[in-house]
Ligand binder design. Structure first.
Ligand SMILES: Cc1ncc(C[n+]2csc(CCOP(=O)(O)OP(=O)(O)O)c2C)c(N)n1
Ligand SMILES: [Mg+2]
Length: 762
C-alpha cells in the first residue's frame, strides 16, 4: 500500500503561487568572466574555435548545395540539411559546459552539437583516449605523426567523419546510413540527432533515468527546438522526469534552442500563447524545473546557465528547463529562403547581435587574441572544412552488399556473469504454485519470467501504468514491487510515448527495461517511439547503439470492450525493420519467449493476448529455460491442410481441427511464435506436404500480417499448392461491442472449420 495520503478539499480556500522565472539573469562579458576566473584565456579561445568550426561547417554545406564547392568531379548534393548559422553560441556554449561523459540528444539542426560535443570532450581526454579515437582511422591519414599533436589529428578526424556522414560515406559517424539529420557519436556521449521533431525527448529522459538508477556522475542534455516544445512527447517526457516518486530528480537538462520559428510557425504571438517557453516549467514541479530564459547569442551566458543546471542535476535536483533565445539567419532548409514570414529588419537586428562576431570582439578587447588572429582562425577553419569535405567526398561509399548492416544486433545477454545478479531481494519470491497437473496460467508465466530475469540481471527494470502495487491491469507484474522495490518497479503516468521513449533511452545506456502497455491499442499514441526511434536507432546510427528493450502489450478481444480495446495491431509494428515481434499462444511459450526477449539486444515487442493469459500449461520452473526466436512450433500434425494460427487463434484452430478430424480432414496446426523473425521454412515444409494453407488471426483483414505469411508461403511452396492461401481474420470493421456482432467478427472454431472445408474442396 502506498503511504501517499490524498484528502478531500474540505472547501479550504487557497491561492497557488509559483516560483519566479528569471529572464536574462546573467549577462556576462569575457572580461568579467576572466576577472572572476570563471574561464581561462585558453578555454575562451577554444570556444571561439568550436564556433568557427560550426560556422565553417554550415558555410561549407551551403557551398556544396550552391555548387561553389564541387569536392569531386560529378558531385551531386543529396539529402536535406538544416543549417544553424546564427545559433552557434546556443549550441557551442551548452556543449562547453558539459563533460565528456555527459550524454546529449540533438535535433535535425545538429551539426553544431555534434562538432562541439566532440570538440570539448577531446579537450578533456588523455593522450591514450585520443589515440583510441583515432584507432578507426586509416593509419596514414589521421595520426599524431602527420599532425604534430594527437588532439589536432582527432579534431580533423571528427570534422571529416561528420562531413562524411552528411555525404553518406562509409567513413561517416553512422557509416552513411543516417546522413546529416541523424548524426550520432556515441564515443563522446552523443546519443543522436533526430529528424522527428521532439524525437529525442523520450530517449534523453530515459538515458537520465538510467544514469540516476546507476548513480553515475553525469547528466543528459536534451537539445530541442521551440517547435518541439509543442509536441506531445515534450509534455510526457517533462512530466516523466518530474515525477515526485523519484527520490533524486532526473539529471536532465531540457535545453530549448528557441530560434523563434518552427519551420515558419512563430513561437511568440502565433503558435503558442506564451512569451517565454521557460514558463512551461511551472506546470511540472514546485521548482518550476528551475526554468529560466537566457540569451542564446552569448556563449558565456549559455555556458554559465548550463553549467549551473548541470550542478543542480548532479545534486539530484533535476530536471532543469532552459530556454536560450537565438536566431537562424538562413531559411529553415535550402528550399526555404526565409523571406515569406519574417522581415529583413528583424533578421538584421539579430545579426547585430551575432554570437561569433561578438565573441571575437570580446577576445580582442580582452587582449586574448588580435583581430588578425581571429580572422586567421576563421580562414583556417573554413579552409579546413573544404579540405575535409574534399577528402570525405573521395572516400568510399558504403558497400551495397552491406545494405543490411546494423538492422539487428546479433548479441544477447545470455552469457552474463554473476556481477549482474541481484544481490539483495526485499522479499523472497513466491514460487508460483503448479496445479495437480503441474500447470500454471499464462499470466503467471509472465510473472515467473520477469521475476527470474530481474534476479538474474539487475539491469532489468519494469515500468508502465499501474504495474507496481496493482501488478498491471492483468496482474502480470503483481508482487514484483515487493521483491525488487520501487527503484526497479514503478508506476508511470498515462504517457505511452514516454513509457516507450524512456525505455529506448535507458536501454541505449545500459539498462534492460521491460515496459508495459496496458492495451496494444494504445501503442498508436506512441508509434513514433516504436517505428521511428526503437526500430531505427541501430541501423540509422550505423550500428553504434543497441536497444535491449522489451515492450509488453496486452491484446483484448472477446470481452465486449469494443473499438479501442480489442484490436490486434501486430502488423503495424512488424512493418518496421529493426524490431522483433513475438506473439505467444500459451503459457509454456509465454515464459520461454519472454525470457528470450529480455535477453535479446534488440527491441522486442511482446504481445500477450488476454485470452491466452487464462490458459494453463506445464511451464518449466528453470531459470535457464528459454525458447529461441524464429522457430515455429508444429502444434498438431496432419496431412491435409496447414493452418498457421497466431496467438489466441491457436486454441480456436485446435478446436476446429478436432471437429474436422471426425470428417476425415487431418489438419496440421503451426504456431509461428514470432512474427519477426518469421520461420518461413517450417510453414513452407508443411505446405509442401499438405498442399493447402490457411492463416488465422484476430486482426483486421486488410493489411494484416496474414497477408505477409500468405505471400511467403506462396513464394516458397507454390509448385506444391492445390489452392490459393486463405486468410481467416476479423472483418474490416472496428471491433463492435454487441455480443452477437463481436462473436461474428472474431474468427470462431466454426468459421475456421468452414474455411478449411472450403479449401479442401478447391
Ligand atoms: C514530427 C515532425 N513534424 C514535422 C516535421 C517537419 N519539420 C522539420 S523541422 C520542423 C521545424 C521544427 O522547429 P523547431 O523545433 O523550432 O526546430 P528548428 O527547425 O527551428 O531548429 C518541422 C516542422 C518533422 N520533421 N517532424
Ligand atoms: Mg525553432
Amino acid at each position: 500500500m502506498k503511504a501517499i495520503n490524498v484528502t478531500p478539499c474540505k472547501h479550504e480556500e487557497r491561492k497557488l503561487t509559483f516560483p519566479e522565472i528569471p529572464v536574462n539573469r546573467y549577462n556576462p562579458n569575457l572580461k568579467s568572466e576572466l576577472d572572476k576566473k570563471l574561464i581561462t584565456k585558453d578555454f575562451a579561445v577554444q570556444i571561439l574555435r568550436a564556433m568557427l568550426y560550426q560556422r565553417a561547417f554550415e558555410f561549407t554545406v551551403r557551398d556544396l548545395e550552391n555548387k561553389s564547392l564541387v569536392p569531386v568531379e560529378g558531385y551531386v548534393f543529396r539529402g536535406s540539411t538544416h543549417l544553424s548559422y546564427g545559433e552557434e553560441a546556443a549550441q557551442c556554449g551548452a556543449m562547453s559546459a558539459l563533460k565528456k561523459t555527459d550524454y546529449i540528444t540533438a535535433t535535425h539542426r545538429s551539426h553544431g552539437h555534434c562538432i562541439a560535443k566532440g570538440f570539448f570532450a577531446y579537450l578533456e581526454m588523455s593522450e591514450g583516449e585520443l589515440e583510441a579515437v583515432l584507432s578507426t582511422a586509416s593509419k596514414n591519414e589521421f595520426s599524431t605523426k602527420a599532425y604534430g599533436t594527437t588532439l589536432d589529428a582527432v579534431v580533423d578526424y571528427h570534422i571529416y567523419r561528420m562531413m562524411a556522414e552528411v555525404l553518406g560515406k562509409e567513413a561517416g559517424y553512422c557509416r552513411g546510413r543516417g546522413g546529416g539529420m541523424h548524426v550520432a557519436d556515441f564515443s563522446v556521449g552523443n546519443l543522436g540527432a533526430n529528424a522527428i521533431v521532439g524525437g529525442g525527448l523520450g530517449i534523453a529522459t530515459g538515458a537520465a533515468l538510467a544514469v540516476a538508477k546507476k548513480q553515475e556522475e553525469r547528466v543528459v542534455l536534451c537539445a530541442i527546438g521551440d517547435g518541439a516544445m509543442n509536441n506531445g512527447i515534450a509534455h510526457e517526457a517533462m512530466n516523466f522526469a518530474s515525477m515526485a516518486q523519484f527520490e533524486h530528480g532526473l539529471p536532465i537538462i531540457y535545453y530549448v534552442e528557441n530560434n523563434q520559428y518552427g519551420y515558419t510557425g512563430q513561437q511568440k504571438g502565433e503558435v503558442t500563447g506564451i512569451e517565454f517557453l521557460s514558463q512551461r516549467g511551472l506546470g511540472y514541479n514546485p521548482q518550476a524545473m528551475h526554468a529560466e530564459t537566457i540569451c542564446g547569442m552569448n556563449a558565456l551566458s549559455v555556458r554559465e546557465s548550463v553549467g549551473r543546471a548541470r550542478e543542480l542535476c548532479l545534486r539530484g535536483e533535476g530536471p532543469v528547463l532552459i530556454e536560450a533565445n537565438t536566431y537562424r539567419y538562413w531559411g529553415h532548409n535550402f528550399k526555404d529562403k526565409g523571406t515569406l514570414y519574417r522581415t529583413e529588419e528583424e533578421k538584421e537586428e539579430w545579426k547585430n547581435h551575432d554570437p561569433v562576431e561578438w565573441f571575437k570582439k570580446e577576445l580582442t578587447e580582452c587582449g586574448v587574441m588580435t583581430a588578425d588572429e581571429t580572422e586567421a582562425e576563421w580562414t583556417r577553419a573554413y579552409e579546413k572544412l573544404h579540405e575535409m569535405t574534399k577528402k570525405a567526398a573521395k572516400s568510399k561509399d558504403p558497400k551495397v552488399k552491406d545494405i543490411m548492416f546494423g538492422v539487428y544486433a546479433d548479441t544477447t545477454s545470455d552469457g552474463i556473469g554473476e556481477e549482474y545478479r541481484t544481490k539483495k531481494l526485499l522479499k523472497k519470491p513466491r514460487r508460483i504454485p503448479r496445479d495437480s497437473e503441474g500447470k500454471i496460467l499464462a499470466r503467471h508465466a509472465v510473472l515467473e519470467a520477469l521475476t527470474e530475469e530481474m534476479i538474474r540481471d539487475k539491469r532489468v527494470c519494469v515500468w508502465g501504468e499501474d504495474i507496481a502495487e496493482q501488478g498491471g491491469a492483468y496482474q502480470a507484474t503483481l508482487g514484483l514491487l515487493d521483491i525488487f522495490g520501487r527503484d526497479r518497479v514503478f508506476n508511470t503516468a498515462i504517457s505511452e510515448s514516454a513509457i516507450i521513449g524512456t525505455g529506448i533511452g535507458a536501454s541505449m545506456v545500459g539498462l534492460r527495461p521491460v515496459v508495459e502497455l496496458m492495451y496494444i491499442d494504445f501503442v498508436l499514441q506512441a508509434m513514433d517511439q516504436v517505428g521511428n526511434q526503437a526500430a531505427k536507432a541501430r541501423f540509422m546510427f550505423g550500428g553504434q547503439s543497441t536497444v535491449p528493450l522489451t515492450i509488453r502489450a496486452t491484446v483484448g478481444g472477446g470481452k465486449g470492450y469494443a473499438g479501442q480495446h480489442a484490436q490486434s495491431v501486430e502488423a503495424v509494428i512488424a512493418h518496421f525493420p529493426g524490431i522483433k515481434v513475438v506473439m505467444p499462444s500459451n503459457a509454456y511459450d509465454m515464459k520461454g519467449l519472454l525470457k528470450t526477449a529480455i535477453r535479446d539486444d534488440n527491441p522486442v515487442f511482446f504481445i500477450e493476448h488476454q485470452m491466452v493469459y487464462l490458459e494453463k500449461a506445464v511451464v518449466p520452473a528453470d531459470e535457464d529455460y528459454t525458447i529461441p526466436f524464429g522457430k515455429a512450433r508444429v502444434v498438431r500434425e496432419g496431412k491435409d491442410v496447414t493452418v498457421v494460427a497466431l496467438s489466441n487463434m491457436v486454441s480456436r484452430t485446435l478446436e476446429a481441427a478436432k471437429m474436422l478430424q471426425s470428417e476425415g480432414i487431418l489438419v496440421e496446426v503451426i504456431d509461428p511464435r514470432t512474427l519477426v523473425p518469421l520461420d518461413v521454412k517450417t510453414m513452407a515444409e508443411s505446405v509442401k506436404k499438405t498442399g493447402r494453407a490457411v492463416v488465422v488471426l484476430q486482426a483486421y483483414y486488410t493489411g494484416s500480417f496474414a497477408s505477409h505469411i500468405s505471400h511467403e508461403i506462396s513464394q516458397a511452396s507454390f509448385k506444391n499448392m492445390k489452392a490459393p492461401v486463405r486468410i481467416v481474420s476479423s472483418y474490416d470493421i472496428t471491433p463492435p461491442m454487441a455480443h452477437p456482432l463481436e462473436v461474428e467478427n472474431m474468427p470462431s472454431p466454426e468459421r475456421i472449420a468452414r474455411n478449411i472445408r472450403e479449401i479442401m474442396s478447391e
